[in-house]
Design a binder for this molecule. Sequence first.
Ligand code: FEO
Length: 405
Amino acid sequence: MGGPYHAVKISDHVYWVGAIDWDIRDFHGYSTPRGSTYNAYLVVGDDITLIDTVKAPFKDELLSRIASVTDPKNIRYLISDHSEMDHTGALPGVIEAIKPEKVFASTLGVKDLTAQMDPGHEITAVKDSEGLELGGLHFTCFETRMIHWPDSMITYLAEDKLLFSQDGFGMHLASSERFADEIVDCPVFEEGAKYYANILLPYSNIILKLLDRVGKLGVEIDLICPDHGPIWRGDNCARIIEHWKKWATQKPELNAVVVFDTMWGSTEKMGRAIAEALEDEGVPTEVMSLKSNDRAAVVTKVLEAGALLVGSPTINNMLFPSVADVLAYLKGLKPKNLVGAAFGSFGWSGEGNKQVNEILTDMKVELVADPLSVKFVPDDEALASCRDLGSAVAKRLKEVVDSGS
Ligand code: FEO
């Protein structure tokens, strides 16, 4: 099979043969304004091995890129590092097209793949740290459970000092360039932070252990090839690993995020007054109205913040729907090491900010004060209370940052 697409050679034995999704704008609830890629890699030794496939609608693009190197039927082995459908939707069709001799996945990958689909082929389980010699090349597979699914693994190709890192070190970014150092129109580490915050954040403790384990293996890494976004090479490999360590640690930083929605402007006035006080105390503060920021943007800022303050009006005895959405999302992603507070205005009953307070408590945010309430419109006295709240959070945050905890 031919087609308009071509592969890109990225190392002595490896070609990128993935698909570029210029159109995707939502990846299971995470806004992706720059699109994404589903990366797959062709490893050419004495035999040919395919690492991962792509989302189902992109099967022909994958096969076309492979065909620019070799007849897809020449592929003898297929390694599936992660069973989520953005990497395996095309798997049954690809297996049917190439008829490989062996298909490999982790032990849990075998179970998860066959639970989700009929792959049309027996899947061979590889154990953690198991080596595979395929076509004269040496692969080692490492289980990376929960990064990003229980079945996940990464695969190291010794001859090219290359790590196929699956969801690890990825980002949602469609681009004509294949290497991160070639991309000039997008801050790749910011996009990497957004990906980490929205996909990997709950697994930070596991990620720290994995990074430690990989460091102790002492393997040289010249290339990190994720399943989304650009490839890291040279110094960028160490830089993205250092960023992941920082994001996984979430050491408290001297900056704050003030998030709110507003019905008639009162909760916004409160949030702006709180933010002014934080700034006056020397705490850089991001003001995030939910009229103009979505949940993915909020968690990206929270990833590198030390304080989180959330404001909600009360509507029908409940917190505002947009605030509920963001808090449900944040709670699931489990950001850690935050101080903060709840605030909000109300007309009659005032449950909104108390419900925010309960959720922040569940999230283990260290609350500096009781929820701050204002009836109807904040007057000068109420705005002074907002400033006091901002100052109190700033003072506590400085103590936490200074103590290094
Ligand atoms: Fe890119 Fe967890 O799939």
